[in-house]
Design a protein around this ligand. Sequence first.
Ligand SMILES: *Cc1c(COP(=O)(O)O)cnc(C)c1O
Length: 229
Amino acid sequence: MIKENLSNIYKELPSDVKLVAVSKFHPASAIVEAYQAGQRIFGENRPQEMEKKVKELSMPGPDGTVACPDIEWHFIGHLQTNKLKMVLPYASLVQSVDSLHLLQEINKWGKDNGKVIDVLIEMHIAGEDTKQGFFEEEALEIFFCADKYKNVRFRGLMGMASHVDDEELICADFTRIGEFFDYVRDVFPEELPAFDQLSIGMSGDWPIAVRAGSTMVRIGTAIFGEREY
Ligand SMILES: *Cc1c(COP(=O)(O)O)cnc(C)c1O
């Protein structure tokens, strides 16, 4: 099932768009199944759950072997600053930097641990109040001071469209963040040399996101089925 779902997505997804398989709330065995079908990037949104899965799958077990050696873990959820140590040692990309405080703390953690952390800035793109993330002016203020964050590498933007069935509305959300992404790349070519990722698109809307310029889609349900919370 997982294998079939993945191969259907691989067939449709342009080869230059990365697939992040969102495995939150699904067991490690589901990740292994996807891994065996060729999937390598996985997204988790809860620090404890991610750390547990990393230890189980990406680190040597009692017999010394690693179950899934080359998984790339992305963190995609709200990250509290007291949980950085469960996430930052393992995440190759933190997609969900949604506050200045979090950004500062990630930078500090990077400095203290001699690491540069790859991040995406999460944008508030949907009309709803509930969505987290930065407004465009706020993000620009950060990028103007990008050199303050020596232990952070700004890799791009992440966003979630309005949770609606109206394709036009979703398309408008994605087009807006796509245009902002292009604008930022134009304005800060030297300050943000690695800014090349636009993470938009989930199970219900990823084809629309791809048309709006997505370089990375985050798909859970369409691969692993419904989550049981
Ligand atoms: C859960 C989640 C997804 C995946 O959602 P699906 O609709 O299951 O594909 C993508 N992005 C983020 C930030 C999520 O929390």
